[in-house]
Ligand binder design. Structure first.
Ligand SMILES: Nc1ncnc2c1ncn2[C@@H]1O[C@H](COP(=O)(O)OP(=O)(O)OP(=O)(O)O)[C@@H](O)[C@H]1O
Ligand SMILES: [Mg+2]
Length: 342
């Protein structure tokens, strides 16, 4: 089944054609550059850029997949969570296409999309696994019993991991979004240069908190001179990153042990982080467990993961409703009830 996926939940306009949920025929991603000068995404600018770009990006996705609209058998688009104005552009476009052509339509939860990026990269993944979702807006540990059956066992009380990376990058003058930049600089730095706090690493819950760590970095940077800051930039990046990675990895390994699962995945933009991949992979390997993560281009927002999730949703429960709405806030466990209600 050839599926068209559309993703516009934040500042990426993306369209993709995927065969049978796992074979990518095209995955066009346009990252809007206009937001960096504002230090964050400006929702209204994002919506307008999606309106300008959605049709050319969709056409490019069909062209690269060497197919026509007639060949598409299923249409899927992100319904939330995300910026509501941005979501509405992709969702309305996809629903319009489905209505005009009579093709089935499936609305997709953005986080289920991030989870499905692992299905695109690793078809051998065990259906029952644990996933650490680390993105710009989420930090969650979720037990995946099978596709669509989720149990959240912990999440952040304040900032998401990606948000913490972005805020520290901004503080250090590395631009927005800065997670990848911190990762790059940290490679030349000493992770033990400064011991930043590991928030709630020892408590027995699977909750996370990054705002205290962020404050600790702010206070540290306030105390040093501009010269010291620029001289030790790679070390500050490496030390901050190490604290985030240590907390994420510790809790994930403990949860994997408790659940008795041997397959663990990373999902979301921060899954691209090289130190997180290495540390978590090594710690899990020592326990006889295996870490999976999506290939680089599928970690951050893209429509291939939406097409894949749409395909598996369709196989599970058939077409969704064409009056599906956009949701800025949408818990993962709520997907099915929202789809049925709309
Ligand atoms: N190599 C990296 N190391 C750390 N963080 C990274 C890296 N690459 C990307 N990120 C971070 O990933 C985030 C973007 O991920 P993603 O696209 O999944 O977030 P989002 O879509 O904005 O949020 P959500 O998926 O929660 O709605 C940004 O915060 C970015 O800094
Ligand atoms: Mg995302």
């Amino acid at each position: 089944m050839l599926t068209l996926g559309i993703e516009t939940s934040c500042d990426e306009t993306s369209a993709s054609v995927v065969y049978a949920g796992e074979s990518i025929r095209s995955n066009i991603i346009l990252s809007q550059a206009d937001h960096s000068k504002f230090g964050g995404v400006v929702p209204e600018l994002a919506s307008r850029a999606h309106v300008r770009n959605i049709i050319p990006i969709y056409k490019q996705a069909l062209e690269e997949a060497q197919c026509q609209l007639e060949d598409i058998e299923l249409i899927s688009a992100t319904m939330g969570p995300g910026l509501v104005g941005a979501l509405l552009v992709g969702l309305s476009f996809a629903k319009g296409l489905a209505f005009a052509t009579g093709k089935p339509f499936v609305p997709v939860h953005h986080i289920e999309g991030h989870l499905s990026a692992n299905l695109l990269s690793h078809p051998e993944l065990h259906p029952h696994h644990l996933t650490l979702i680390v993105s710009g807006g989420h930090t969650m540990l979720v037990e995946v019993k099978a596709f669509g059956e989720y149990r959240t066992i912990g999440q952040t009380k304040d900032d998401a991991a990606g948000e913490a990376f972005d805020k520290i990058a901004k503080l250090l003058g590395l631009g927005y979004p800065g997670g990848a930049q911190i990762d790059k600089l940290a490679k030349q730095g000493d992770p033990n240069f400064y011991k930043f706090p590991r928030p709630i690493i020892k408590d027995q819950s699977y909750q996370f908190s990054f705002s205290g760590l962020k404050t600790a970095v702010v206070l540290y940077v306030d105390k040093i001179t501009e010269k010291e800051k620029s001289d030790s930039l790679p070390h500050i990046c490496a030390s901050f990153q190490e604290a985030v990675v240590d907390v994420l990895a510790s809790k994930t390994v403990r949860a994997a042990d408790e659940l008795g699962v041997s397959h663990i995945t990373l999902s979301g933009g921060v899954a691209a982080n090289s130190r997180l991949r290495t540390v978590l992979s090594d710690r899990l390997k020592a326990k006889g467990k295996k870490l999976f993560y999506p290939e680089m281009s599928l970690c951050t927002d893209n429509a291939a993961m939406i097409a894949s999730a749409g395909y598996y949703r369709y196989k599970k429960e058939g077409p969704g409703n064409l009056i599906a709405n956009a949701f800025p806030y949408l818990p993962l466990e709520q997907i099915e009830s929202e789809e049925k209600d709309t």
